[in-house]
Design a protein around this ligand. Structure first.
Ligand code: FES
Length: 252
């Protein structure tokens, strides 16, 4: 790890940071540890954790890109799910792992249940046999890329959602709903993603917009859930009326 403090930058103050630590090999349960960190202006939580690492205080955390691209550094900072690489360090900050997943070590959680769910839900475009990407115009593909592909899968929205829980299957939660909306907008996808969203609990969303409030890339999953629900209802009504009209004309 590189030291974040350049020799010419003088720390302005000392901040304390409270971290929820857990080492399954040595600890019976998680516990809070308080550390002091020399603070410089615009210092982020990830930089504070790196500083501790440089001081031989080995708090385990993930941070692959440090520029809001990979989503790996999501954690609870002062009770709110946030990316540690973009959250400024405040004095007496409280830092803990995401609460919906088993803790592997300190701030690292096991998200394998999420990966399994991606596979179960087949969150990739289901193409018709023989359909080729080459048949889709570049404008359409670009529009697709621009819409939901910005999701960095940091899990902040899942953590903030009062209705979703990684362990339950009642409502898969905003991140998955967003992915269903994304794949559903793919020009070659043949699955009925709005129906899939309904089956996976889209009507459990209570429109609190917490997911949109915490999203670091400004995606609005709640709005997408509303669109998926609307589209499913429209499809259902149109099938219902078509059948009704069919019966009516058969009776004449
Ligand atoms: S380290 Fe990649 S998003 Fe924070």
């Amino acid at each position: 790890m590189t030291t974040y403090l350049q020799p010419i930058i003088k720390p302005e103050a000392v901040h304390t940071i409270r971290i929820r630590c857990f080492n399954r090999e040595t600890d019976a349960k998680p516990h809070w540890q308080v550390y002091s960190v020399p603070y410089v202006r615009s210092m982020t939580v990830i930089q504070a954790l790196e500083h501790l690492w440089d001081q031989n205080t080995y708090i385990a955390f993930r941070a692959n890109c440090r520029e809001m691209t990979c989503g790996s550094c999501a954690m609870l900072i002062n009770g709110k799910p946030q990316l540690a690489c973009m959250t400024l360090l405040e004095n007496e900050s409280k830092v803990e792992p995401l609460s919906q997943y088993p803790v592997l070590r300190d701030l690292i959680v096991d998200t394998s249940s999420v990966e399994q769910k991606y596979r179960d839900l087949k969150l990739w475009p289901e193409r018709q046999r023989g359909a080729q990407m080459g048949s889709v115009s570049s404008d359409v593909l670009e529009a697709y890329q621009q819409t939901y592909s910005r999701c960095i899968e940091c899990h902040c929205c899942l953590e903030s959602c009062p209705q979703s829980d990684a362990e339950t299957t009642q409502f898969d939660g905003p991140m998955f709903m967003l992915q269903m909306a994304r794949i559903g907008s793919h020009p070659l996808d043949t699955e009925n993603r709005s129906l899939q969203a309904i089956k996976r609990g889209a009507f459990s969303c209570v429109n609190c917009y917490e997911c949109a409030a915490v999203c670091p890339v400004d995606l609005n999953a709640a709005e997408e859930i509303g669109r998926l629900r609307g589209s499913a209802l429209r499809r259902t009504f149109s099938v219902f009326f078509r059948r009704l009209l069919g019966r009516h004309s058969a009776a004449q």
